[in-house]
Design a protein around this ligand. Structure first.
Ligand code: ZN
Length: 162
C-alpha cells in the first residue's frame, strides 16, 4: 500500500522555525538556568512556575520582589513576574518617561520580545543590554520590546520599522 508523500513545501518552513527556536533556546541556556534558579528560589516563597508556549518561556508568577509588584524580568526562556497574570496591561517606557502619550501594552507581549532577543543574542544579551542603558527608556532593547507589544513586529532593536 502506498502512502502519499508529506507536503514538504508546508512542513519545511515550520521545521526550520522549530530548529531555530531549539538552537536559540540552547544558545541562551545559561540565562535560562539563571532564571530557573531564581524561579525555584521564588517558589520557596510562594511563586508558581509553568510553561507558557505562546511566550516560549517558563513563567514564574507571584515571584517575590522586595521592591513592589507589577514588574517582570526575563532571563532567557524564563519570565519572572511579580503579579498573578502575565497577560496584563502596562505602560510603555516612552509613556512613563513622559516622551509620548501611548496606550498601555500587553506585558506578555513585551516580555516575549525579550525572549526573542535573548534567543538571538544568547550569553551576549545581558552585557549588550547593560551597555545600551539597562532598565531605561533610552535602551533600544526596551523600545523594541514596546514596539513589538504595540504592533506585533520589530522585537529586534536595529531593524527598519517604517
Ligand atoms: Zn522590558
Amino acid at each position: 500500500m502506498k502512502r502519499p508523500l508529506p507536503d514538504v513545501s508546508q512542513s519545511t518552513p515550520r521545521l526550520l522555525l522549530r530548529g531555530l527556536v531549539v538552537l536559540g533556546m540552547c544558545w541562551t541556556l545559561p540565562n535560562s538556568l539563571l532564571g530557573l534558579l531564581a524561579g525555584i528560589i521564588g517558589c520557596a516563597f510562594g511563586a508558581r512556575m509553568h510553561w507558557q508556549g505562546a511566550e516560549l518561556a517558563v513563567v514564574v508568577r507571584c515571584w517575590p520582589w522586595p521592591w513592589g509588584t507589577g514588574g517582570a524580568l526575563t532571563l532567557g526562556n524564563v519570565i519572572l513576574h511579580t503579579g498573578e497574570r502575565l497577560d496584563t496591561l502596562c505602560f510603555t517606557y516612552a509613556h512613563r518617561a513622559g516622551y509620548d502619550v501611548e496606550p498601555p501594552v500587553s506585558l506578555a507581549d513585551h516580555e516575549r520580545a525579550h525572549v526573542h532577543q535573548y534567543m538571538l543574542l544568547g550569553p551576549l544579551f545581558l552585557p549588550l543590554y547593560m551597555l545600551c542603558g539597562g532598565v531605561s527608556v533610552r535602551n533600544p532593547f526596551e523600545r523594541a520590546a514596546d514596539r513589538y507589544a504595540q504592533s506585533g513586529r520589530g522585537w529586534w532593536p536595529w531593524t527598519s520599522h517604517e
